[in-house]
Each structure stands twice: as structure tokens, then as C-alpha cells.
Design a protein around this ligand. Structure first.
Ligand code: NAP
Length: 280
């Protein structure tokens, strides 16, 4: 059995073991996937211990994605380099390959699972932490007309936009930074990549950001996302939680590790059903 895990703090809530175990069963891969709770000051040691046990790779979740991209001896893929954060590590010999699949997972969920085209849209990205950094590059590559990055700490939004300015110019995307109070109005797509829904807080931006029929996506899933989703529906938007992104980013990690693309849409439907039945 090849050994994989998800490392985080907290990590008990993670659905990654459920998802990867299902991917492995559906594609006939012999692998074992567990969750590992890592002390806040123990990330590098946790990686070392897991490798000593024969670990082949791991997913990284909050709050270690930035540390994962700066581990000693790490090689970053271009998308992890641009994000400055990694959520997938692959161990091969003495080396570590670090990738970031959050963005491609989000884009595949929006365009594939939700069937919404991003090209030509006006897009608002709320949040400039690890998740915001991970998704901005792939969102730019999906060629919306414009992206406004809005964050509680406006300086961080400005820094994130500046680090992606060249990519935005290359794809003809107008990229701006803003605070949360007045980021603009009537966006076609609003993505909440802030942690506001983690404890079920109200949407961090005014309802006027949503045009009628807009798509509003919260990267959080489960009970926490409900307030944001109800807010979006009450302003005439189509609401979506982060479960699809979670499954799609996991599918891309599975492909990197095993060379096989698992049936993500099927596993997303199964996971939603299992969660509704209280079985996942
Ligand atoms: P992070 O690096 O800790 O960043 C947190 C971000 O949220 C910062 O931009 C922060 O603003 C902002 N924020 C925190 N509390 C806020 C509030 N009450 N109101 C407005 N903004 C607030 O966390 P992260 O890694 O970016 O993760 C963000 C969220 O995305 C988490 O809830 C995580 O679970 C979710 N996520 C989901 C997936 C998925 O697959 N579905 C993948 C990745 C992340 P400041 O800069 O001002 O502090």
C-alpha cells in the first residue's frame, strides 16, 4: 500500500481521506490515505516523520500552505511559485515537488460542475490569504474581463494583485485591488475566498456586488457556508459552496500522484449524498 495523508491544524473535519479512498477504489489504486494533525510549530518535523514512515505524498491544508512552499529542498511548479503556497507535496527520492491545485480545482468546479463560463465576466475575489493566492492565477487564465481582489487588509489585496500583474496583462485581464466596503457593484461572479464563513459570519461585502443571476461561490462548505449562500440567494444570485472545489483539487492531486484522473463529478455527487445522510 502506498501511503498518503492530509496535514493540517485543525484537520479532524477534513473530507480528503473520504475523497481519496473513494478515488482509489474507483480507479483500482492500492493506496492508504490518512489525516495527520500537526502541531503549529511542527510542520517540517511532521513532513520528516511522514517520509520516514514511507509516505509518498500529502495534501496540505490550513495553516501550512505557505510553509509547504518554502520547505528546504522543495521544487515548486510554476503555479505553486506564482501562488507562493502549496497544497500538494510529492516525495521522490530526497526531493520534494510542491504544487498548488486549489485554483484549477475551483475553475473546474465553476466551469465544469456549475456550467458557468468565466471568459469575459466581471469577477470579484474576496480574500487574499492562502486560498486567494492559490486561485488567482488559474482565474486569470480563465480570461475574465476583469478581476477585483478585495480584502479586509487592503494592502494584502494590493500585494496579491501586484504579484499577478504580468499574468493578467498577458491574458488581457484588468486586475484591481480594493477593501471590502466598496469593491464595485454588479459583478457576474463573486468568490468568497476569505475565512469569514468558517464561523458562519455574514458575507463580508455588500449585496450590491451581486448582479441579478450572478454566481456566488464560497470556498467553505457545510454549515458554515449557509449564511453566505442564503445572502447570495436573497440578492438573486446562484449560490455554490466549496465542496466541488474540494473534490476537484483532490482529483488533480490524485492525478499528479497516481497518473490517473479519477471521476471527480461522480465522487462529488456521492460525497454530497453521504454528507446529507450524515455518513461522511
Ligand atoms: P488564510 O490564509 O488564513 O486567509 C484568511 C483570509 O480571510 C484573509 O484574506 C483574511 O483577511 C480573511 N478573513 C478572515 N476572517 C475574515 C472576516 N471575518 N471577514 C473578512 N475577511 C476575513 O486562510 P485561507 O487558506 O486563505 O483559507 C480561506 C478559506 O478558504 C478557509 O475557510 C478555507 O477553509 C477555505 N478553503 C477551501 C478550499 C476548498 O477546497 N473548498 C480550499 C482552500 C481553502 P486579512 O488578510 O485581513 O486577515
Amino acid at each position: 500500500m502506498d501511503l498518503y495523508c492530509v496535514m493540517g491544524n485543525p484537520v479532524a473535519h477534513s473530507k480528503s481521506p473520504w475523497i481519496h479512498t473513494r478515488f482509489a477504489a474507483l480507479t483500482g489504486q492500492a493506496m492508504d490515505y490518512t489525516r495527520m494533525h500537526i502541531a503549529l510549530d511542527g510542520f517540517a518535523q511532521g513532513i520528516q516523520d511522514f517520509r520516514a514512515r514511507g509516505g509518498r505524498g500529502c495534501n496540505i491544508t490550513m495553516p501550512f500552505k505557505f510553509q509547504a512552499a518554502s520547505l528546504e529542498g522543495v521544487r515548486l511548479t510554476p503555479r505553486a511559485q506564482l501562488a507562493g503556497a502549496a497544497n500538494v507535496l510529492t516525495f521522490s527520492g530526497p526531493g520534494i515537488e510542491a504544487d498548488n491545485t486549489d485554483g484549477i480545482g475551483l475553475v473546474r468546479d465553476i466551469t465544469g460542475n456549475a456550467g458557468v463560463t468565466l471568459a469575459g465576466t466581471r469577477l470579484l475575489l474576496v480574500g487574499a490569504g492562502g486560498a486567494g493566492a492559490g486561485v488567482l492565477g488559474p482565474l486569470i487564465e480563465a480570461a475574465p474581463a476583469s478581476i477585483t481582489v478585495a480584502n479586509r487588509t487592503q494592502d494584502k489585496a494590493a500585494r496579491l494583485a501586484a504579484s499577478h500583474a504580468a499574468l493578467a496583462a498577458q491574458h488581457g485581464v484588468r486586475l484591481e485591488a480594493s477593501g471590502l466596503q466598496a469593491p464595485g457593484t454588479a459583478f457576474d461572479v463573486v468568490i468568497n475566498a476569505s475565512a469569514s464563513s468558517m464561523d458562519g459570519q455574514a458575507a463580508p461585502v455588500p449585496g450590491s456586488v451581486l448582479r441579478e443571476g450572478a454566481l456566488a461561490v464560497d470556498l467553505v462548505y457545510g454549515q458554515g457556508a449557509q449564511v453566505f449562500m442564503q445572502w447570495a440567494r436573497s440578492h438573486g444570485a446562484q449560490a455554490r459552496d466549496g465542496l466541488g472545489m474540494l473534490v476537484e483539487q483532490a482529483a488533480e492531486a490524485f492525478r499528479i500522484w497516481r497518473g490517473v484522473m479519477p471521476p471527480a463529478a461522480q465522487v462529488l455527487a456521492e460525497l454530497r449524498a453521504a454528507l446529507e445522510a450524515g455518513a461522511a
